[in-house]
Design a protein around this ligand. Structure first.
Ligand SMILES: Cc1cc2nc3c(=O)[nH]c(=O)nc-3n(C[C@H](O)[C@H](O)[C@H](O)COP(=O)(O)OP(=O)(O)OC[C@H]3O[C@@H](n4cnc5c(N)ncnc54)[C@H](O)[C@@H]3O)c2cc1C
Length: 485
């Protein structure tokens, strides 16, 4: 359909100023946090209500036009990458906290609400929203739902999926449906579970009901410095092996520390090959007892320095280095890939050693900063785009790291999603049958494949093939161009 005609129709539905067609303005939305993939959308709808979202989606469904939902655009896997012939539905104007229901420990929010905003609003009443991506100051709850986002404190409190109990949702046909609600465990198929983490491929969340968590009575945080990642990894295994579930255990290696120091002067112990930040929260008596145990495990794993945060200001400084680490890497390298893979926790020392070997062999520097307690790795693969071949080498190392994760029983994404970036890696983890089965789920929601197409799944096996049930002989097979195995 002609973009001018589409824009005219959408303006009539959502208002004159809610539709962007100007090429320069459209470029604002050409990528998410993964900036090396860029596509300018045909047009952007700045939705303000569920009615706007449903109207835009219905129009797309009628004309077979692809659409992509976008929250704050902080995704790191190209999930919100627009479709060149499609509509980008931006949810950031839908930013109201609609209800805080203390008695049921629930909040109902619009999808564009910023993650931290919810905690800031409810903290004075003794509550907060537990999933805390490092991007929590800017990312949206809708984006968190789509990515099933995690964060430092998800080791103890669980990922987004454990905190979402209900959704208002616009299906790819434009119907507004409600999944779940304030009560836990609704009857029937777990459609809510299917939608959380589906990366915008099943429709658009327009309202989210989340659990609120009681603010803990006490919090203690320590920073432990080790000569090597092996020793830090041993401390992590010892802590978890002893049955302690800290609120968070985060690890940074020497290169990540160097970057953080340059950027935010967090004053971590000099000469550390790795630091751990370990946080314990809960009832005061419990925290003190468990904290002493954690400290002992760190010493036994040869921590050469342990600092205990004396107050909130010092705790914030410990976290400042960690939370700014991704951005900080920009200080020591002009370009970098943020990788995201997950492995069983016990494989950490071995995988870190193999990543170091990959780095030495290839000459590509890799900084590691990650949620050690979950085994959720974030290797930052550094390169300089202006030097011929460096980008390609970095991509190879980045892919080899994912292979390591798979070999060790892990997965190609811990929390950042598959998006456009890792779709090509899916066949390394899943068989064709697995992928076809996933497509059946997708097709049940989105038979015409218009909701964020091209994400998560690799290009269909035969060119021009649409995801869905195979019917009859494929035209390419029939004409002898390709064989179906
Ligand atoms: C510095 C930095 C640190 C980060 N740290 C973490 C971390 O610790 N943990 C973590 O998990 N992630 C982290 N991320 C990644 C990112 O912030 C998360 O994936 C976040 O959930 C994305 O939210 P967003 O609002 O920016 O979504 P977007 O980037 O706008 O979109 C992400 C995906 O969600 C879909 N989507 C957005 N809104 C909706 C909706 N309402 N309905 C349906 N689909 C929708 C989009 O189509 C896209 O596929 C980090 C990113 C950065 C830049």
């Amino acid at each position: 359909m002609d973009t001018d005609v589409l824009a005219r129709r959408l303006r009539a539905l959502v208002g004159e100023h809610a539709v962007i067609t100007d090429r320069q303005q459209l470029r604002t939305y050409e990528c998410d946090g993964l900036t090396h993939y860029k596509v300018v959308p045909a047009l952007v709808v700045l939705a303000e209500t569920t009615v706007h979202v449903a109207a835009a989606v219905t129009e797309c469904a009628r004309e077979g036009i692809p659409f992509v939902a976008r929250g704050s655009g902080t995704g790191l896997s190209g999930g919100a990458l627009p479709h060149a012939d499609g509509v980008l539905i931006v949810l950031s104007r839908m930013r109201q906290i609609l209800e805080v229901d203390r008695a049921n420990q629930r909040a109902v929010v619009e999808p564009g609400v910023i993650n931290l905003q919810l905690s800031d609003t409810t903290r004075s009443e003794g509550y907060y929203y537990a999933p805390d991506p490092s991007s929590q100051q800017v990312c949206s709850i809708g984006g968190n739902v789509a990515e099933n986002s995690g964060g430092a404190h998800c080791l103890k409190y669980g990922f987004t999926t454990n905190h979402v109990t209900g959704l208002e949702f616009v299906t790819p046909r434009g119907d507004v449906v409600v999944l779940g609600g304030k009560a836990p465990d609704p009857t029937g198929y777990d459609l809510l579970g299917a939608v959380v983490g589906s990366e915008g491929t099943l429709g658009v969340a327009t309202q989210v009901t989340v659990r609120l968590t009681r603010t803990p009575e006490d919090v203690s945080t320590l920073l432990a410095a080790f000569a090597s990642t092996d020793q830090a990894g041993a401390a992590v295994s010892a802590i978890i092996g002893a049955g302690v579930i800290p609120a968070a255990i985060e690890m940074m290696d020497a290169l990540a520390i160097e970057a953080a120091e340059e950027a935010v002067h967090c004053d971590y112990p000099a000469g550390a090959g790795a630091v751990l930040i370990v946080e314990i929260d809960g009832p005061a008596a419990d925290v003190q007892h468990v904290f002493a145990e954690v400290e002992r495990h760190c010493r036994e794993a040869d921590a050469f320095e342990i600092r205990i945060a004396a107050d909130d200001a010092e705790r914030a400084l410990f976290w400042k280095g960690r939370k700014s680490a991704f951005a900080a890497v920009g200080r020591i390298s002009p370009d970098y890939i943020v990788q995201d893979g997950v492995i069983p926790r016990t494989a950490l020392p071995e995988v870190l050693r193999q990543i170091a070997a990959l780095s030495t062999d290839s000459g590509v520097r890799v900084a590691n900063v990650f949620h050690a307690g979950d085994g959720n790795l974030h290797p930052l693969v550094l390169f300089d785009e202006s030097r011929p071949g460096e980008g390609e080498r970095a991509e190879e190392v980045s892919g080899a790291i994912l292979d390591l994760c798979i070999e060790h029983g892990g997965s190609i994404t811990g929390e950042h999603g598959v998006g456009s970036d890792k779709a090509k890696f899916m066949p390394r983890m899943f068989t064709d049958d697995d992928l076809d089965t996933m497509q059946l789920v997708r097709c049940a929601f989105d038979p015409d494949s218009i909701s964020n197409p091209g994400k998560i799944f690799p290009t269909p096996r035969l060119c021009g093939e649409r995801p869905g049930r195979h019917q009859g002989v494929h035209p390419l097979a029939e004409s002898g161009v390709a064989e179906v195995f």
